[in-house]
Design a protein around this ligand. Structure first.
Ligand SMILES: [Zn+2]
Length: 198
């Protein structure tokens, strides 16, 4: 397994992480695919914590009680499954993939990507949309104004990106992810089209 992780260009602070990845056959395959799709070869360090205080200290700022994963630079911070198993968030390996997608999105868009797209891509590409089961298929508000406080925020973002992939395909959507794009004005990802398809 250590060799497999070497191929993925990951380093870990805790060997339980290898077990979590090994238990999810999709995880390592998806990590490699995502690296290829985003053209990202950088090393990523994954850190596992047993409680939120040391998680926050290492991350460098406090986080809301519901947070189980985060990223900063090329580091992924994860809270061990034992702390949140009953919350029905799916396996930890998918949280790892979710945070990995955030790193890739940051790499491609220089951090200029709107919040809904960043979260929606992380949910969709990590396979978490299935974990949530029924996604919110319609949304009345302005997706560009959504925040973590928006009711059903993650479901809305996941559904929006799922619809984009269904309607336009991954090649077209992936090509849009770059730092030069004006997201809000874009013909596909922009406000007008998102109001139409949601
Ligand atoms: Zn996220």
């Amino acid at each position: 397994m250590a060799a497999a992780v070497d191929n993925l260009n990951l380093s870990v602070n805790d060997y339980r992480l290898l077990k979590y990845m090994e238990a999810d056959s999709v995880c390592t395959k998806r990590l490699l695919e995502l690296r290829r799709q985003f053209g990202f070869s950088g090393k990523v360090r994954i850190l596992l914590f047993d409680e939120l205080t040391s998680f926050s200290l290492s991350l460098g700022h406090s986080v809301p009680f519901w947070v189980i994963g985060a990223y900063r630079g090329n580091h992924i911070y994860l809270l061990d499954e034992a702390c949140w198993k009953e919350r029905e968030q799916g396996p930890l390996s998918r949280i790892l993939l979710h945070e990995f997608v955030h790193i890739l999105m940051h790499y491609r868009t220089g951090g200029l990507c709107p919040l809904w797209l960043n979260e929606g891509m992380a949910l969709y590409l990590s396979g978490q949309c299935e974990v949530f089961g029924k996604l919110k298929r319609s949304f009345e508000g302005e997706i560009y104004e959504c925040s973590y406080e928006t009711d059903g925020f993650y479901q809305v973002c996941g559904a929006a990106v799922a619809k984009l992939f269904e309607q336009y395909g991954s090649v077209k959507i992936m090509a849009k992810l770059c730092r030069n794009i004006d997201f809000a004005a874009d013909e596909i990802l922009g406000k007008k089209n998102m109001r139409r398809i949601l």
